[in-house]
Design a protein around this ligand. Sequence first.
Ligand SMILES: [Zn+2]
Length: 174
Amino acid sequence: MGDSAAGPPLLLDAMLGRLARWLRLIGYDAAYIADTDDLEVVRAARAESRLVLTRDRNLAARRAIDALLIESQTLDEQIEQVVGALGLPPRPARPRCGVCNVPLEGISPEAARSRVPPYVWRTETDFSECPACRRVYWPGTHWQSIQARLARRTQPETDAGAKYPPPPAASPSA
Ligand SMILES: [Zn+2]
């Protein structure tokens, strides 16, 4: 896809659709395959040299593919595992459309004006658009919470005795 700056391209299997949407927003090239047949997943991964993310132990153990077994059922922990194992995409990584896996393009506030709720247009200045489906994105609260969570990962702890408060529940419907 000519976008090699965004880390290893990923292929998430049918159980990880929600994780795929979040990884795209972070900037990973995260394809998703709804097919539950292992052979189809293997074929798709090999065709594009993608790293398979799966919760299926048998699939992850296949020699024909590179795979990362996702351990947790919790979205937050899944994101942490991926970022811990692969690192963040090199900055600046362009967020991708959570639906299409296509890098977003910045648009002016004027261009976004008629396409977002009035409150959003008044309070946000940073708008992007998916060139494929034309959805408009802006850094809302869900995005900020995940950015904060990732920032905590990359910063040394200042108070060794303190535990993080539990992260806010993430929703994919940002
Ligand atoms: Zn899109």
